[in-house]
Design a protein around this ligand. Structure first.
Ligand code: ATP
Ligand code: MG
Length: 602
């Protein structure tokens, strides 16, 4: 492409709307333009990058035996009602855009496609002989994210590759899942990115495996905990570890103590001269189930630990049937205003004990009138602990389970693993932390959707069984931006060759110099003919401006038809290393072709 004929606009200043480097650079370099909150135009250079990423995804999916298709983005609400997700997705989580058509029918704009694909499977799969199959598509998804931000990283309209496997049993699902795992590793490596595969939270669907693929970058929204031996890596939402050892309690007998203005762990430790690990901390949550039922949850955990709300949510979802619900809609720490809605008297916040009386809860149609008491394993092992006295400005010391306090029935792991904790697989290893951008997620779904929607097949013994499913997503647009987040310098983007919009940019320092122009045009034609994707900067601009723009847009190789033409050479600069060399015109096309040849050309 000739720059003189392109819509080519670069900005010298960082756009006010952008916070992270990749977002700033993509806007400045003219790859994307914001149209609305979480809505972007992919301009021609970006579209080329996205097509390259898509093509790599496509090749790896095909190689793994998956078949490409294209599913509708407009999805009838009936499908989502069958799976039981319509209310949650449109109202509770509110992630799905929904609309009513002129016939008064409800529709949703696809945030994901389990419902659609399961309907297809239900219609078309009859026998085990048709299994396994894996269908994928590369398409725009719509999600009304609470916090759209960072450009393409968290958009409300974005490009995803989603795949769905259909298998006859768990063993077969495992094979499909493993094939996707390998395909994802290939995709990310081929795009030229450094990544880490991590154990991920599978939500409340139960025991199924799930893994995320994280691009390591400071600006990542996710925290990854890992060990140096390479044997453990997990999203902090899911991570497990051994907590630090408890310090021996300095208290030997049970006593109520006045502890004025000690409503935080720090103040309390200072006042009582004890360690946070001697304290049983009690955190109050308000859980709302999908049938509107509110349950007050009292979590007891060791004072130096934090509650992991993802783990807690999973436990609460498991309990949904106990409250006649299916799933959890919301989990919050109630502030004073929220407390007023259900308390009979003010709560002793900061001084609560594990035995806080149920009579704090006012009876009401949608309120469970007893606290749901949960204790984290870390608090179970404590002896002679400190905890609240259920009275403002008072704590108790020297408390014990089974004596002054009844151990809650529900004991679970709901603590957040932390940097420095010992690893479970090898206690000589400690957890380190890194930031990551989630670009892919593979997931063993099991029979959740097939069962809800009646997608069954007849097995070898003639028995009808629900199809076992897996789902696999890659954020194509997020991955493209993540590449920039991992690879830039003060002058601009440094694209990995495999996904760069063009391989080479030829700069003509002076377009009025006939020789410079002629050589550049010949090279431009020849390189493109040989499959080296080349742009020609033939704009009537100063050479300095052209060099700056070339650095900013991040094309891997820059060819300059300048002074060295006299000796039959051109200058070639590698964007990444900034190394410059003079190459004979006669060798140039061949040399560049070799440099980019390992990269499949689309
Ligand atoms: P996140 O936790 O970041 O919201 P998710 O768990 O909702 O992601 P999935 O539903 O598994 O994501 O979607 C598959 C992939 O699609 C993700 O791994 C991510 O790369 C991408 N993705 C998800 N939401 C967005 C978004 N709002 N904008 C861009 N890409 C997204
Ligand atoms: Mg999400």
């Amino acid at each position: 492409m000739r720059l003189s004929q392109m819509l080519f606009v670069t900005l010298r200043e960082d756009p006010a709307e952008a916070e992270i480097p990749s977002h700033k650079l993509l806007v400045r370099a003219g790859y994307i333009r914001r149209i609305g909150s979480g809505i972007y135009a992919y301009l021609p250079l970006m579209w080329r990058v996205l097509q390259k990423v898509s093509q790599i995804v496509r090749e790896e999916m095909n190689a793994a035996g998956a078949e490409e298709c294209l599913l509708p983005q407009l999805q009838p609400s009936e499908l989502w009602k069958e799976s039981g997700r319509w209310e949650t997705y449109t109202k509770a989580e509110g992630i799905m855009f929904s609309l009513i058509d002129r016939q008064e029918r409800e529709l949703g704009l696809g945030p994901t496609h389990e419902e659609v694909i399961t309907t297809v499977a239900k219609d078309m799969i009859r026998s085990y002989r048709q299994l396994p199959v894996n269908l994928y598509q590369i398409q725009t998804k719509f999600r009304d994210e609470i916090r759209p931000r960072f450009g393409l990283m968290r958009g409300r309209e974005f490009i995803m590759k989603d795949a769905y496997s259909f298998n006859e049993d768990e063993a077969s699902l495992q094979k499909s899942y493993d094939a996707m795992d390998q395909a994802y590793r290939n995709i990310i490596s081929r795009c030229g990115l450094a990544y880490r595969a991590v154990e991920a939270d599978s939500g409340a669907i139960g025991g199924s495996a799930s893994q995320e693929f994280m691009i390591l970058a400071e600006a990542g929204e996710d925290e990854v905990l890992y060990t140096e031996d390479g044997n453990y890596a997990a999203n902090v939402e899911k991570a497990v570890s051994l907590p630090k050892d408890v310090e021996k309690s300095p208290f030997t007998s049970y006593e109520k103590k006045e502890t004025p203005d000690c409503n935080t762990i720090e103040k309390l430790c200072q006042f009582l001269q004890c360690s946070p690990s001697n304290i049983v901390k009690n955190v109050l949550y308000e859980a709302v189930y999908d049938n509107g039922k509110t349950v007050l949850v009292l979590v007891s955990i060791r004072g130096d630990q934090e509650v992991n709300e993802v783990k807690l949510t999973n436990e609460l979802v498991k309990l949904a049937p106990q409250y006649q619900g299916n799933t959890l809609l919301a989990l919050t720490i109630p502030d004073e205003n929220a407390q007023k809605k259900w308390t009979t008297k003010p709560l002793p916040m900061g001084y609560i004990s594990p035995s806080l009386e149920d009579d704090y809860i006012a009876a009401g149609e949608y309120i469970e009138t007893k606290f749901l008491r949960i204790v984290d394993q870390t608090a179970v092992d404590l002896e002679n602990f400190v905890t609240g006295a259920d009275e403002t400005n008072y704590h108790v010391i020297g408390g014990n389970w089974g004596k002054e306090f009844q151990l809650p029935q529900l004991v679970c792991d709901i603590r957040t693993a932390m940097v420095g904790d010992r690893a479970v697989h090898d206690t000589s290893q400690t957890l380190a932390s890194a930031r990551g951008i989630e670009v892919g997620h593979i997931f063993q779904l099991g029979t959740k959707y097939s069962q809800a929607m009646g997608a069954t097949f007849t097995d070898e013994n003639g028995e009808e069984q629900p199809i076992v499913m897996g789902c696999y997503g890659v954020g194509v647009s997020r991955l493209a931006q993540a590449a920039v987040e991992q690879s830039y310098d003060k002058d601009g983007i440094i694209w990995p060759v495999a996904i760069a919009p063009y391989h080479v940019i030829i700069i003509v320092p002076n377009i009025n110099d006939k020789n410079q122009m002629e050589v550049a045009q010949n090279l431009y034609n020849e390189l493109n003919k040989m499959g080296v994707e080349t742009m020609l900067d033939d704009r009537d601009e100063r050479a300095g401006v052209k060099f700056k723009d070339a650095d900013l847009i991040g094309i891997p190789y820059r060819v300059v038809t300048g002074r060295s033409l006299k000796s039959g050479q051109v200058e070639v600069v590698t964007r990444k290393s900034k190394e410059s060399q003079e190459i004979d015109l006669t060798n140039l096309v061949e040399t560049l072709r070799n440099w980019v040849k390992n990269v499949k050309i689309i």
